[in-house]
Each structure stands twice: as structure tokens, then as C-alpha cells.
Design a protein around this ligand. Sequence first.
Ligand SMILES: [Zn+2]
Length: 119
Amino acid sequence: MTGAILRGLSGRCPNCGKGSLFRAYLKPVEACAACGEPLGHIRADDGPAWLSILVIGHVLVPIAIGVEYVAVWPMWMPMVLWPLVGLVATLWFLPRAKGAFVAILWATGAPGSETDEAI
Ligand SMILES: [Zn+2]
């Protein structure tokens, strides 16, 4: 399962690691182009957003507090800097979080879909 999660984190197919997991920024492919594994039915729902908030918040807030403690700069600077850093960090982290969630759902065999066939 660790290998699948690492492949998901890198945006690759959790099964083979060769095909891409996404066809757009956060839109998963219907099936892996390399091995044909169906991936489009797996729904990560709010998990990636939750993980992004958790990780980025716990990394960025202590850094911001530490920098603000020693920095001497105009008031507008942190009001512009920290939201931009948070935005860029979140945009970088979100596809990795979604890849990890899809990989975990795939590796555990969780249905991850909203169809009635899994119930
Ligand atoms: Zn594959």
C-alpha cells in the first residue's frame, strides 16, 4: 500500500506507476493509459481539501508567526505575503493529497464511488 500511496502522491497510477492519474489539475482519468486500471469512479470527496488545510495550516502558521516575531516590515507586506504563500502552497499540495487519497481508496478496495453497486 505504501508504494501505491507514493505513486498517488506523484500523480501516477496507483497500480502501475506509469500512467498519469489526472487528465486535468484535479480531474482523474477514467482508466490508466498504461495498464487500463479503472480509476475514474473513485471519489476522494473532501478528503484532499481537509488534508491540505491540515498540513498547510500546520506548516504555514508557525512559519508566519515566527517570521512576524522577528520581521520589521510594512503592515501591507504580511497581508499580501502570507495569503499568497498559502495559496501557492495549497495549489501545489492539493493534487498530491488527492492522488494519495485516490491511491488509498484504490489500495484498500474501498468503493469510493456513489453508485448503489457497492452497498
Ligand atoms: Zn496504471
